[in-house]
Design a protein around this ligand. Structure first.
Ligand SMILES: Cc1cc2nc3c(=O)[nH]c(=O)nc-3n(C[C@H](O)[C@H](O)[C@H](O)COP(=O)(O)OP(=O)(O)OC[C@H]3O[C@@H](n4cnc5c(N)ncnc54)[C@H](O)[C@@H]3O)c2cc1C
Length: 416
């Protein structure tokens, strides 16, 4: 099979790159092995929340100059990053993903434990707070669904009360949810959303919530509505009638999965081939050292040929990188990686501390070309969380890196 570009990995980076290329008339295939980080999304795309030295960032674009030179944003340069941050909100909206936010100033999102974390673009369901201490209201009614354990109402109440919001915790009970409740492992965000999205069910949920409101000025609900689109989210807000704040649950993330599905649908609408549940297992090179084809698990002897290849296989979490006791490697092409010798530097035994291994990954040129044994490969690009140089979790920059490097690689291919 022959394509213009084959993309390995169908997470945020792979999909955004594929959509850009496909819409520009290129024939693309995305091979996607499994779930992506978006299935665990907090509901925001983060640009830069913290510098590597721990300094908090309020104005991400201004802070770019303080990043180390191997950081993906530094490789691309401030002007390029700025340009893409201006176009990304419209790009996402075109794919059916509602976002609010501005790269010149971070806003704050409410985490599942009620903490506040800085963010760039907030998905339409969620509330972007202007400051870390902003009260969500004077009196909050925190509403859970009976039997749902991934929404910690007590943590939320403790946190909101510290900001001066009086909280009352209640739970709604729906007959339609009883089949799920029989088995606690079924009582997960996505299964609840499937039931809630049915006509008749969300109306009952909204009615119960409404009947429980006394003198509260804000309702807080878990983000378990609208698996396919925003319709039920909007209807719930309208039916409840007072300010309704959806808060991210523990994974899986309904808004994240919806975003993943929206991007996949946009890619396919544009004519792209999304090869779901398949994995690229090896690569073939021509006499000039360029990638000629890749083989996949499902296609066996039928290889995927292309002019360009984009490696968007993610970090350790998605098996884009593999660690053994003595080395770290990228399993498809064996691209050059940046990481220190000596396993004891890789991680901190305290799980909650900054983990260095998150910043290890593929070394790339400023055009995002990957290299093998020190030799840049002109038709192989690496993007997203596979890249070295940033601790995406500590610095809060994962979404931004995925989105920006995806568009930069696509534009680099289009300019060829
Ligand atoms: C649990 C978690 C939650 C996060 N939450 C947020 C958040 O809320 N906001 C934020 O800004 N950032 C978040 N991040 C950072 C995140 O890394 C980026 O936001 C971004 O989504 C990463 O996208 P990606 O496409 O680079 O990688 P991934 O999302 O990891 O996608 C890589 C994909 O490649 C596939 N793949 C791997 N190997 C192969 C192969 N050989 N063949 C085919 N497919 C393959 C994987 O199955 C996976 O689907 C989170 C990260 C993690 C780990």
């Amino acid at each position: 099979m022959k394509f213009d570009t084959v993309i390995i990995g169908g997470g945020l980076a792979g999909l955004v790159c594929g959509i850009r290329l496909q819409k520009a008339g290129k024939k693309c295939a995305i091979v996607s092995a499994g779930q992506s980080a978006m299935h665990f999304s907090s509901g925001t795309f983060d640009l830069l929340g913290r510098l590597p030295d721990g300094t908090g960032v309020n104005a991400p674009l201004e802070a770019l100059k303080n990043l180390p030179e191997n950081h993906p944003y530094s490789l691309l340069g401030e002007d390029t990053v700025r340009k893409y941050t201006e176009e990304i909100p419209a790009f996402l909206e075109e794919c059916g993903i509602r976002v609010s936010g501005d790269a010149s100033a971070n806003t704050w999102r409410i985490t599942p434990t009620g903490e506040r974390k800085s963010s760039w673009l907030t998905l339409g369901d969620f509330t972007a707070l202007k400051s870390k201490d902003e009260k969500i209201g004077s009196k909050a009614l925190i509403v859970n669904i009976l039997g749902y354990l991934d929404f910690n109402t007590k943590f939320l109440a403790d946190s909101f009360e510290k900001q001066g919001t009086e909280c009352r915790i209640v739970a709604i009970k729906l007959d339609e949810m009883e089949r799920l409740r029989k088995n606690p492992s079924e009582m997960r965000a996505t299964n609840i959303a499937r039931v809630m999205d049915r006509d008749g069910v969300w109306e009952k949920a909204a009615e119960q919530v409404k009947s429980m409101i006394k003198d509260e000025d804000v309702v807080v609900l878990p983000a378990v509505f609208g698996l396919k689109d925003y319709t039920v989210v909007d209807r719930m807000r309208e039916a409840i009638g007072i300010r309704t704040v959806f808060v991210a649950t523990m994974p899986p993330s309904v808004p994240g999965i919806r975003s993943q599905m929206s991007l996949t649908a946009e890619f396919e609408r544009a004519g792209g081939r999304f090869l779901k549940g398949d994995a690229v297992v090896d690569a073939e090179f021509d006499e000039n050292g360029h990638v000629k084809s890749v083989g996949t698990q499902n296609f066996g002897n039928i290889r995927l040929y292309a002019d360009n290849f984009v490696l968007a296989s993610g970090s350790f979490f998605s098996k884009g990188l593999i660690a053994t006791p003595d080395k770290i490697f990228e399993p498809v092409f064996g691209v050059d990686l940046s990481y220190p010798e000596g396993r004891d530097q890789w991680f901190d035994r305290n799980f909650w501390n900054r983990q260095n291994y998150i910043s290890y990954g593929a070394k790339v040129s400023k055009f995002l070309h990957a290299s093998i044994e020190g030799k840049p490969i002109a038709n192989l690009y690496a993007i997203g969380s596979l890249l070295a140089g940033s601790n995406t979790l500590y610095e809060g920059c994962g979404g931004g890196i995925a989105l920006i490097t995806a568009l930069a690689a696509a534009d680099s291919i289009l300019e060829k």
